[in-house]
Design a protein around this ligand. Structure first.
Ligand code: BG6
Length: 541
């Protein structure tokens, strides 16, 4: 991304200070060596953020322990955090620095992508201090100001601050308001940058998302706000942009002229587990369709941006979202299907139905499955349906985007023994990350038999490298001031506008007889009917 000369100079200065500190710390830079695999050569550009203090609200929570600390520790392990980095963990529970570090140490042992050397873990934990306080406790913020200032004095005037809100969403407005009250948001001359990362869910409907945007906007400028959708940090999702806009041959066929329809699947074999209380308030539409799936759709459907930078990219995504006509309320029942799993078997294990999960109402009407037919009403995509489906307790975990191309216009081989499967491009987001192209091929022999064959790219075999976790990518980007992979205020609201009529209709209409699919099945029969009505069917995964 473009950076100003001043920022570049200060980064260079910071880099040289960092070098000195690294040497002092005993943390050495990763030795640069030619990779064994030529495809990996030069893959990782080392980008190091400015020195800063990170303030993590909700530091004792599950998300921080499972995702945020392990991601930060990986960044530290790979020398991507500045030596002058320090984290203030804010939480309500009564820890002191030592006991909290021990707690984080345990979380790292449990959740690290790559185990940390004990010395590296020690150095990382040393940079964490604990700040006890309730989110609405004014004094806790006043002492936070002091703590941040003290850290700045100790570390060559480091004044950059990254706030990270990993709390329940109900606390977002309070925390942002308090940050504003004590002036911690101010980016005055010489006071360094101030940014805020806000976790999902961002609102629970269009109205509350708009309200939250306004509340955040009273304190921070939009350019300071980083709304997380972790799907955007996934390596395969980022590669969608490269696949589409870093190659010349796909763009010309990426339109209604060649594409018959698109299927996007986010299938999970897990149920709601211990998150019953959260899920009761959320459901599949709010949890995954409104954010992760509409993000995937917009990346598939967007126009090439004018530049690979945050605003041009997000402008194009917003245009897609605005081109999706929300289903009129009268059409919701026809175009969107909801389901809830009953008891069944998943991967050979008997599992309870949703209504039997902990903290779930035995008569719950919350949907654990959603499938819908959407259209992007613009020049490129008019008339091409995008079928989206997501569910819990499906037979397997699989996230995939399938671009189904049209059949050949003239059946030259009408006489041939042919398995008539049109071309298909399947982008596997997870697991088994890769891209597959299906085409017809003549079976060797004297006759004319045609069968589908595939060309397959898998990340594992081509790069033989572990991808970073989405949180590593996103945290690093926020520290670097690159908002490309974060959702903008208008984008979040545009996505809520699409699902608003669905939620509204369902609120008023009684749900179908739930449960309506067995755990371990591919969702309710009505989801199949959604496609068979158009003479199509879901891809078997
Ligand atoms: C989260 C949802 O945002 O995404 C979860 O709250 C869901 O319910 C998860 O399971 C899926 O993410 P991933 O990375 O496991 O595909």
């Amino acid at each position: 991304m473009t950076r100003t000369r001043a920022a570049a100079t200060s980064t260079q200065k910071a880099a040289s200070i960092r070098e000195e500190r690294l040497a002092r710390d005993g943390r050495r830079r990763r030795p640069r060596r030619a990779s064994d695999n030529p495809l990996r050569e030069g893959l990782r550009l080392e980008r190091v953020p400015d020195p800063h203090t990170m303030v993590l609200f909700g530091a004792t929570g599950d998300l921080s322990h499972r995702k945020v600390f392990p991601a930060l520790a990986q960044l530290w392990r790979t020398n991507l955090l500045p030596a002058e980095w320090h984290l203030v963990a804010v939480g309500r529970r009564p820890y002191d620095d030592e006991s909290f570090r021990a707690e984080v140490g345990t979380a790292l042992d449990r959740n690290s992508r790559v185990a940390l050397e004990p010395e590296v873990a020690r150095q990382f934990l040393e940079r964490i201090s604990y700040h006890r306080g309730d989110f609405d406790e004014v004094a806790a913020y006043d002492s936070l100001v002091e703590r941040i200032a003290a850290h700045g004095r100790e570390h060559d005037g480091v004044a950059n601050v990254l706030f990270y809100l990993a709390t329940p969403p109900s606390a977002f407005p309070t925390i942002v308001g308090q940050i504003g009250r004590c002036g911690l948001d101010h980016e005055m001359r010489g006071a360094g940058w101030r940014r805020v990362v806000i976790e999902k869910p961002f609102g629970r409907d269009l109205e509350s998302a708009g309200r939250l945007n306004r509340e955040v906007g009273r304190v921070f400028r939009e350019a300071q706000v980083y709304r997380i959708d972790h799907y955007l940090g996934k390596e395969t999702v980022r590669n969608l942009l490269v696949f589409r806009f870093g190659n010349g041959i796909f763009e010309p066929i990426w339109s209604r002229q060649y594409v018959d329809h698109v299927q996007i699947t986010v299938a999970e074999s897990l149920g709601v587990g211990e998150r019953g209380a959260f899920y009761e308030e959320t459901g599949a539409v709010r949890d995954v369709l409104q954010n992760h799936m509409l993000q995937l759709l917009s990346l598939v459907a967007m126009e090439p941006p004018a530049a690979f930078a945050a605003d041009p990219l997000r402008d194009e995504k917003v245009k897609v979202l605005r081109s999706i006509a929300p289903p009129p309320r009268g059409r919701v029942t026809r175009d969107v299907v909801r389901g809830q799993y009953g008891p069944g078997w998943v991967e050979g294990v008997a599992v309870p139905g949703y209504r039997g999960e902990p903290e779930v109402d035995p008569g719950s009407e919350t949907e654990t499955y959603v499938a819908g037919r959407f259209e992007v009403d613009n020049w490129r995509w008019s008339g091409v349906p995008f079928y989206l489906r997501h569910g819990k307790r499906l037979p397997k975990r699989a996230t995939e985007i399938a671009i189904q191309f049209r059949e050949v216009p003239h059946k030259l081989f009408a006489e041939a023994d042919m398995d008539p499967q049109p071309n298909l491009l399947a982008i596997r987001i997870q697991p088994d990350e890769g891209i597959m192209l299906r085409f017809g091929s003549k079976v060797p022999g004297l006759g004319l038999d045609i069968r589908p064959v595939t060309m397959d790219f898998t990340y594992g075999s081509s790069f033989a490298a572990d991808a970073p976790d989405a949180y590593e990518t996103l945290l690093l980007d926020a520290m670097l001031g690159d908002a490309s992979l974060f959702t903008r205020a208008d984008e979040v609201e545009a996505a809520w506008s699409i699902v608003a009529p669905i939620l509204g209709t369902w609120l008023d209409a009684p749900p179908p007889a739930f449960p309506n699919y067995e755990a371990g099945g591919w969702g309710p029969a009505t989801a199949d009917a959604l496609l068979s009505r158009d003479d199509r069917r879901w891809r078997r995964l």
